[in-house]
Design a binder for this molecule. Structure first.
Ligand code: PBG
Length: 325
């Protein structure tokens, strides 16, 4: 008898393939990032992120309607402020862009879970993710005070979950303490635990206007060469009270997602970042790759062990799952 096993039997047609399929991307795995800008009547495509837009607060309702139609129920908000200063005060202002956007979305009373990015780089005039010393070093413990203020202001506006992306040490504990201190113990924290100093954030920095004005982020974001450190970061974040840990970027760090999955039982998020998106989107738009490449790449993130995928492809994937694309 040769061969003893015939694996091709399980691949013969879509019905059998579907029966033995191990991994599926579901719409509720996905989080869609939204960029909110000052002004009125604005829905402007972001050049570096094709088919993603800058929205003014008054234009969010239409977008939320579209997300609802597509079945997308989780969003991550990023603000692009009108004014920057050395301490990023627009980031924690009660009437800051994100705070108004959260209140607007919450006032619509839809089935939508609102997460907010907690960072200072879009809001500081120097573009770094914290408070600078005179020599240009990002001061860790001083920055925690500001991150806590930002998180509190988002919680007061009605955010369901806050997501610190700054990579300061001790931030989850600081934010958890600040939230609990004001009675926001029900607001959860998704920590950007293993956030690498990556070249794949290029389009985002254009979208958010957050490129550092000097130097780089290597003194706080992780070295792309390391994975052991990712486990230490995740362990610290969980001990400090993080509800969800994250790996960012996703596609060049699938091994890190897998190590996290094998070591921790907490939900794991992966951020399929702007550069990963634009690279693939442009290849598909130009016809060099077929659109199946989108699902395949997002599937690889899920297969690596991510439970939650933050992706600019969320709407495309929703359309594919609905057979509209
Ligand atoms: C803010 C932040 C960044 C991203 C998410 N939050 C940029 C950065 O750290 O430079 C990147 C997201 C993306 O590239 O899609 N700190």
């Amino acid at each position: 008898m040769f061969p003893a096993r015939r694996q091709r039997r399980l691949r013969e047609n879509e019905l059998i393939r579907s029966l033995v399929r191990e991994t599926r991307v579901n719409i509720d795995d996905l989080v869609y990032p939204l960029f909110v800008v000052e002004g009125e009547g604005i829905k402007k495509e972001i050049g570096a992120l094709p088919e993603n837009y800058h929205f003014s607060v008054d234009m969010l309702e239409e977008e939320i309607n579209e997300l609802e139609r597509l079945g997308i129920r989780h969003v991550l908000l990023f603000g692009v402020p009108g004014r920057k200063d050395s301490v990023g005060s627009e980031a924690y202002s009660e009437n800051g862009i994100v705070q108004r956007a959260v209140r607007k979305i919450k006032s619509l009373k839809r089935e939508i879970f609102v997460m907010t990015d907690i960072c200072m780089c879009q809001y500081t005039d120097h573009g770094h993710c914290g408070i600078l010393s005179e020599s240009g070093y990002v001061k860790n413990d001083e920055t925690l005070v500001y991150l806590s203020k930002i998180a509190l202001s988002h919680a007061r506006a009605g955010a369901d979950m806050v997501a610190p992306s700054d990579m300061m040490d001790g931030r989850v504990q600081a934010i958890r303490g600040a939230l609990d201190g004001e009675g926001f113990e029900r607001v959860s924290i998704m920590s950007y635990s293993a956030k690498y100093s990556s070249a794949f954030y290029g389009p985002f920095r254009d979208a958010a206007g957050s490129a550092p004005s000097f130097g780089d982020r290597k003194s706080y974001q992780m070295d792309p060469a390391n994975t052991n450190e990712a486990l230490i970061e995740a362990e610290m974040d969980l001990n400090e009270g993080a509800d969800i840990i994250m790996v960012k970027p996703a596609l060049s760090y699938l091994d890190v997602i897998r190590r996290m999955r094998d070591n921790f039982n907490a939900p794991i998020a992966a951020y399929n970042v702007s550069g990963e998106y634009t690279m693939l989107k442009m290849a598909v738009e130009s016809g060099v790759l077929g659109q199946d490449a989108i699902m395949e790449s997002v599937l690889s993130i899920k297969r690596a062990g991510a439970d939650i995928i933050i992706t600019y492809f969320a709407k495309d994937i929703a359309k594919m799952l609905k057979g509209e694309m």
